[in-house]
Ligand binder design. Structure first.
Ligand code: HEC
Length: 196
């Protein structure tokens, strides 16, 4: 039997949030707020650092030089930001190049797509929840990433053959092309333990 998508989405979201009572009774609202602020700060920091690295590489050697930078620097910067803020941050997408979504990330990305289709601006597509992980409350936060003009060089509909070849050699299963300006390219995803 085939369930309609929204029902599946609702079911997965509910199973991902076993915490209702736990969160209210045990998670300290102050600690949760502090974790939220720390996570939002980490997203801002990652976004800014990535954009700067991309711009520098593009200016220095065009897309052919910038691809290896994205390939090695993006995961490295994610690790550094994760360590700096004491959480786990990465990017993911429904059409991934490097990082396919987990089950719950996919549900959220699909929810973002539906909200955008209904007219919500990408800048407002943010989602969070508190779950229990290994007996402790943990914040999950996602924020959508828009596709700008500069992204089209490597994610657009008319990627230069040499650029595409380079991308395909590094990511044989790449799905992250065919985007247009204003599309949702993916999202930042943070998981952060809430320390009481
Ligand atoms: C020079 C080529 C290039 C440009 C320009 C570029 N990207 Fe990427 N992008 C990549 C590569 C390569 C990866 C894979 C990085 C990795 O291995 O973690 C990637 C991965 C991503 C991911 C991670 C999700 C996934 O698909 O695995 C997101 C989100 C993303 N890019 C968004 C953007 C946005 C937004 C822009 C414009 C601001 C942009 N990219 C511009 C090459 C590029």
């Amino acid at each position: 039997m085939k369930y309609p998508r929204p029902m599946i989405a609702a079911a997965v979201l509910l199973t991902a949030v076993p915490l209702g009572a736990f969160a209210n009774e045990q998670a300290n609202p102050e600690a949760e707020k502090a974790t939220m602020l720390r996570s939002q700060e980490a997203i801002k920091d990652y976004a800014t650092t990535l954009k700067a690295a991309l711009q520098t590489a593009m200016k220095a050697g065009g897309p052919m030089a910038a691809i290896p930078v994205c390939h090695t620097e993006a995961p490295k910067i994610a690790k550094e930001i994760s360590a700096k803020y004491g959480l786990e941050i990465h990017r993911t997408s429904l059409k991934p190049r490097a990082t396919p979504p987990t089950a719950w990330e996919k549900v959220v990305l699909e929810q973002f797509a539906a909200e955008k289709a209904a007219g919500k601006p990408i800048s407002e597509l943010v989602w969070h929840t508190v779950v229990e992980e290994q007996g402790k409350p943990s914040l999950r936060l996602m924020k959508a990433i828009p596709t700008d003009e500069v992204c089209l060089t490597c994610h657009g509909t008319e990627v230069q053959p040499a650029v595409l070849e380079k991308i395909r050699s590094l990511y044989p299963k790449d799905e992250a092309i065919g985007y247009q300006k204003g599309d949702i390219r993916g999202a930042f995803s943070v998981t952060a333990a809430i320390h009481p």
